[in-house]
Design a protein around this ligand. Sequence first.
Ligand code: ZN
Ligand code: ZN
Ligand code: FE
Length: 772
Amino acid sequence: MTGRVRSRIQVEGIVQGVGFRPFVHALASRYGLAGLVGNDATGVFIEAEGPPAAVTALVEAVRDRAPALAVVERVSVTEVPPTGARGFEIAPSVAGGPRQALVPPDVATCDDCLAELFDPADRRHRYPFVNCTNCGPRFTIITGVPYDRGATTMAGFTMCPPCAAEYRDPGDRRFHAQPVCCPACGPALVLRTSDGAEVPGDPVRAAAAWLAGGAVVAVKGLGGYHLAVDAADETAVATLRARKRREGKAFAVMAADLAAVRGLCEVDDASAGLLTGPRRPIVLLPRRADAPVAPSVVPDGPELGVLLPYTPLHHLLARELARPYVLTSGNVSDEPIAHRDEDARRRLGGIADAFLCHDRAIYTPADDSVVRAFRGAVLPIRRARGYAPEPLALPRAASRPVLACGAELKSTFCLVRGRHAFVSQHLGDLESYETLRAYTTGIERLRRLLGVEPEVVAHDTHPAYLSTTYALGLEGVEFVAVQHHHAHIASCLADNGEAGPVIGVAFDGTGYGADGTIWGGELLVASLTGFRRAGHLEPVPMPGGVTAIRQPWRMAASFLHAASEPAAGLGVARRNAARWPAVSALAARGGRDVPVTSSAGRLFDAVSALLGLHDTVTYEGQAAAALEHRVDPAVRDGYPVTVTPSADDGHPAAVASPVDVEDGRPAVVIRSTDLVRAVAGDLRRGTPSGVIAARFHHGLAAAVVKAVLLVAESTGLGTVALSGGVFANLVLLGGVSDGLRGHGLRVLTHRAVPCNDGGISLGQAAVAAARG
Ligand code: ZN
Ligand code: ZN
Ligand code: FE
C-alpha cells in the first residue's frame, strides 16, 4: 500500500446532469485510480485512490477540463485513509442534508444525437426524444434533487435492456443520462385533431402535411406548447394572429439550420454563435427584404426573431416541412405558456386545428429566451429556457436566504442562497390570475428544488403591484422595499459583478418614484445599498393616467403643452380631434388627479405620436420601437437640449434615502421639452420623419451624456450603469455609451439579465443581499 493516497473531493457548481460522473469515471480509468463518484445535495463527491501524482492530476482535470455544460465553482479536497479498494464505481445518489446543488438549464440537441436522429441504421432513427449526457431536457423535467431519473418526469418510463446498458456503461455517451430512452421504452408522439381524434400514420409527417395545408398546429415542446403555422402562408399566419388575439407583436420563426436563417435575415458572427449555441434562444436579426415570410409574421419593424431547432422533434418537423415555420408561445394574448396536456387542449382548443403531443410531462414551464447581439456581445431581452435557473454570482453574498419578488411587467423572481442568485424564467405580465398562479407556483417549486427558505423578502415600492401584494402577504420574514429604478441600476451592477457606487441612468416606461410620482428618466448616484436621485427628465403630466400609456397621442398633447407649442399644423391633433381639446386642457390644468411623470418611455411615445407612427399601442414599447426603427442612419446631428442643475427640482425624498455618496448638489434636469419643440419645428418645415427620429435620438443621447458629466464632476464618480427597458433601444444605447466612453467614463450594460423589468428581481436581490 506504500505510495497510495485516497482523497475525498467535493465539487460544487452545475455538475449534475451535465455528464460529470462519466467524465470523472473516464479520468479515473485513464490515471489508473480506484474509488467512486456520486451525486449528493451539494454537487458531486469523488473518492480517488492511487499514486499521489495521479490523484493530483485528477483533481486538476476536474478543476480545469470539466465537460462543456458544467460550471465548476468550487473543488475542495480532503485526505482520507486508503482502503485498498480496486476499481472505480458510480455510487448511488445521496439525498438529504442541506441542498446546495444547482439545477442545470435545458440543452439543445447535440450533434451526436442529431446524427443518430437522421441515421436510418440507428435504433433511434427519427425518434423525437433522443438525448444524451450532453443534451436534452433538464430544468423543465426535474421534479427534485439530487438530479436522477426518479426525480424527473421520465420516472414512469422503465428503461429497456439496450437503454439500461448504455446508461450503465461508463464508456457510453448516455452513461447516467437521466432522460435516456428509445422507441421501445420512452415517450411516444401522437397527432390529434382538436376534437381529440388520433390522426393515423407518422405523426411528424402528418403534422407537416397539416402545416403545409395552412393549419395551425399546437406542438408540445421542451418548456410548453407552441403554436406553429407555415411562415410563408399569409392566410394561416393571419388566422393564428386573430385566434390568438395578438395584434401587434411579431411572431418568432424557426428555421431548419443556419443556411435557412441566412435566407431570412442578415446574420453576423455573434448572432450565428447565439443561434447555434446550446441555449438556442430566439435571436432578433435584421430581416432581408426578400425573406419568404408572410407580412403578418412581423406587422411592423425591420427585425425578425429567428431560432434554430432545439429538440429532436423540432429538427424532424423542420426537415419534413422543408421551410421556416412560425413557432410562438401556446397561449391566448399574454397568458402564461400552456404546458400541461389537459390545460393545453382546453386553452388552445379554439386556436389549434391539431395537436402534436407526447407523454413526457413538462414539470416547469419555460418560454423561449430572446436575445440580440450588439457590437459582438449578447443583449438579453427575455431570459427563460436554456438560461434559467443557472445562477448568477452576486457581488456580495447574502447572509440569509432571500426571495426577490420582481416588478409587474415581464415578471421574474429571484432566490438567493449565499452568493448565488437564481433568477427565474420570464413569467409574463403579472396582471392576470393565470400569470399570478404561474408566478406563485414557480416560486414554490424553485424554492423547494433549491432548498431555499427565504428569511428576507425584497419587493418593489409600488403598492399596487401584485408582486408587492404577494411579498407583503408572506409571514415571518423581513421585508426590504427597493425603489424600482434603484433596482434597475442594482441589477446592472450585479450583472457586472460590481457593488458601486456608480452613476446610474435608469430609463424606462414606469416606476414608482420615491416621491410618489411616476419616475422613468432617472439619473441616480447608486450603490447596491442605497441611492440618491441626482437628475431626471423634466416631469410632465400624464393626462388620463395609465390610459396615456396605451394612447401615446395623450403624451404628445401633454409635451406640446409643456413646451408651449401649438398643436396646429401637426397631424396628431387632427387625428385625435374628438378628444384633443379635453386632453390638452387636462394636461394644462394638472392637479392632484393628473399624475406627473419623468418617464423616458413616455417621451418616446409622445414623439412617436407626433411623427404619426403610433397614436395608440397594443403593447408596451411599441411606439418607441417604431421611432427607433424610423431613424435615418445617415443623419448624425441631434437637437440641442438644455441640461440644468435646478434647485427647484431638488428632491426631498432622495435626501431620506440611504446614500453612499453625497455631494449636496441639486438634481440635474434634462429639458426634454426642448426635444419636443424641435420635433414640432421640423415637422412644420416638412422635414422627413427619419431625419427627425435621428435628431431626436442623438439629441437625447447627448443630453444624457451632458447630465452624467455634471454628476460625475460633482461626485468624482467615473463609472456609469445603463439600465431600464428604454436601453433596449440600440440607437440610444450606442449613442449614450459612445458619448460617455468618449469622455473617459466606464460604462456598464447588461449581459446576463434584461435591462427591462425582467432584470428587476436580480437588482432587488442584490440590494437585499448587500444590506445584509
Ligand atoms: Zn446528445
Ligand atoms: Zn430503450
Ligand atoms: Fe422598469
